[in-house]
Design a protein around this ligand. Structure first.
Ligand code: CP
Length: 306
């Protein structure tokens, strides 16, 4: 069922493999008891970009499975003395670790390490490329509420161009049979749907939020990735919020049992009305909860076969 040594992206997964990870994560979601399944394994969190949810949940996941986990932060490591990513990884690897969970601003950096080290590599977000465990936890959250992914209408709205979350979600959701609508200003949209969804057909692009939200089962809002492009793609935040911010009024266009999602961190009042973020349709904190279960499933699957 599972043949991969690493988890580098959703792009390389078959529908059966996505299903397998979701089913495994569902099992872990129902029990958070600590186990010894990965006793003796050592995981290193190597995060070159800021993170609250992903880093903490990988740490919790490893601990709940009985593994040891160490956080290496570039700001307090020899990276600030000029050590390269590869040298950092090779030195960490020399200490006989089993996996590196990597977040890096360079797209393709996990693939680069996977080719040049002997350690299991898990992509925790590479530039604007992929964030596979985010897409898996989003899919698990949808499946728990809707009972399926196939046939769901999912609107992903905001800064699509710079979003690894949008890309991994678009690929996963199309692969599993959902309808995917991407919505955002022209300056935050790739030239074609094919660019974002890696050739997976059936993703549509919209430049008006209402067109994407109409009849949707799920509305996923994205943060503007100002760290990836400065402010050059924006006129003003107020203008952005007026045209692409999700309000209660806009949400009435979606299905009555719509789920409001956001990968976090939220810029309240910019892409998402604060009341909606905390409202009855919001499953944002459940997404965070499912993050631990998904990361347990990923670490367990990769490290028990390594
Ligand atoms: N969703 C997500 O990746 O959040 P963090 O940046 O806090 O890890």
């Amino acid at each position: 069922m599972w043949t991969h040594r690493h988890l580098l992206g959703i792009e390389s997964l078959l529908p059966s493999e996505i299903q397998f990870l979701l089913d495994r994560a569902e099992g872990f979601a129902s029990s958070i008891e600590k186990t010894a399944r990965l006793r003796g394994k050592v995981v290193v969190n190597l995060f070159f970009e800021a993170s609250t949810r992903t880093r903490t949940s990988f740490e919790l996941a490893a601990k709940r499975l009985g593994a040891d986990i160490i956080n290496v932060s570039p700001s307090t490591s020899s990276v600030i003395k000029g050590e390269t990513l590869l040298d950092t990884a090779k030195n960490v690897e020399a200490m006989r670790i089993d996996a590196i969970v990597l977040r890096h601003s360079a797209s393709g950096s996990p693939h680069f390490l996977a080719k040049r080290t002997h350690t299991v590599i898990v992509n925790a977000g590479d530039g604007a490329h992929e964030h596979p465990t985010q897409a898996l936890l989003d899919a698990l959250t949808m499946r728990r509420h809707k009972g399926r992914i196939d046939g769901l209408v999912v609107a992903i709205c905001g800064d699509i161009l710079h979003s690894r979350v949008a890309r991994s979600n678009a690929i996963l959701l199309r692969t599993m049979g959902a309808e995917v609508r991407l919505a955002g200003p022209r300056t935050m949209m790739p030239p074609s749907a094919e660019t974002i969804a890696a050739g997976v057909p059936g993703v549509t692009i919209h430049h008006r939020l209402e067109d994407a939200v109409e009849g949707a089962d799920v509305v996923m809002m994205l943060r503007i990735q100002t760290e990836r492009f400065g402010v050059s793609c924006l006129s003003t935040l107020r203008e952005y919020s007026r045209t692409f911010g999700l309000t209660e009024r806009m949400l009435t266009r979606a299905k009555s049992d719509v789920l409001v999602m956001h990968p976090g961190p939220i810029n309240r009042g910019v892409e998402l009305d604060a009341k909606l973020a905390d409202g009855a349709s919001s499953v944002i904190l459940e997404q965070v909860e499912m993050g631990v279960a998904v990361r347990m499933a990923v670490l367990d699957t990769l490290l028990r076969r390594a």
